[in-house]
Design a binder for this molecule. Sequence first.
Ligand SMILES: C[S@@+](CC[C@H](N)C(=O)[O-])C[C@H]1O[C@@H](n2cnc3c(N)ncnc32)[C@H](O)[C@@H]1O
Length: 333
Amino acid sequence: MGTFRFGEVAKHTKLNRGNAVSKSQFGVGENWRESSANRFSAREIKETRKDCRVLKPSMVLEAFDFGSNWKHYSSRALTNIRVAGAREAFRVLTSGIELKSRSFLDVGFGQGLTALCAAETGADVYCLDVNPRCAEALESTSQYFLAEVKERLDLILGSILSTNDVRKLREKSGAGYDIVHSWGVLHHTGNMEKAFANCADLVKPGGQLIVAIYNRHWSSPLWKRIKHLYCRLPRTGQKTMIGIFVPVIYLAKLLVTRRNPLEKERGMDFLVDIVDWVGGYPYEYATVDEVRDLGTKNGLQMLRVSPAAVPTGCNEFVFTKPTEPRLQSEFSE
Ligand SMILES: C[S@@+](CC[C@H](N)C(=O)[O-])C[C@H]1O[C@@H](n2cnc3c(N)ncnc32)[C@H](O)[C@@H]1O
């Protein structure tokens, strides 16, 4: 069976462009379509994570399998209406930022909606995820877009924490990417500060970093324990936990937002999001000020922030990297 060799650096293949690079570099077949059709075992996914060599071994084994959840979403829960919702959320998030013909790196592409929306606007899109199942989810998601949209994607399987993978990404971009986007990812890597720093480093001077990071709330340490427990339980235990949390989270969201929790934003699905939320470990969180400081520490200036709709939700940030080093010192003073 042709699979990615997990000991390699960034596992990269261009989509449907008939280029020779994909085969020689990865030995996975002619193109991504063929490689993504392979099935990856849980053991192989754990091997990919081990390759990062930055997580504690226990964290590697206990990490949530986002890829399986996204595969389920893309193949069973995605609809044209949800894709339209994702498009609209992406339009709002990137308002005022030119995307056409600009390089756009999506770190932790998940189900691939953002990467495909960005490609639709005419951006040259590079998308990275550590979980090979996300490549399969992206393949399903792409069926909701014109065929040529997928051809604008350059897919990389690898980790934002891996020095080798980041070096590969840097080699592709030269001076850096016009836009680095990472929605709901950096807090799930196992080392949010390092993941943020690596993303910031990949932004071209004058470019933007768009991130969404879980808000710090009094209940955040408790949720961390719940997520950790979920990832250590057998399948039946996990299903029981989801059964308990569905009504609890439904009611809590209804009370806080006064809106029907089933009407999800960003084209998401309530049940898929509950599994993602209850199981999503590693898990970190930060206040708006802590993320602003992280940006400043990494030479970025915060342009805007959209606070989370619920206290434990994601705050969305847009940062810019000044073109002049002089300006960097000015705003960090
Ligand atoms: C909650 S999902 C977010 C997916 C997508 N960005 C979205 O907005 O829906 C988190 C994603 O981050 C990916 N991820 C986790 N650790 C990563 C790492 N070290 N490098 C790259 N991707 C990572 C997971 O595989 C998963 O697809």
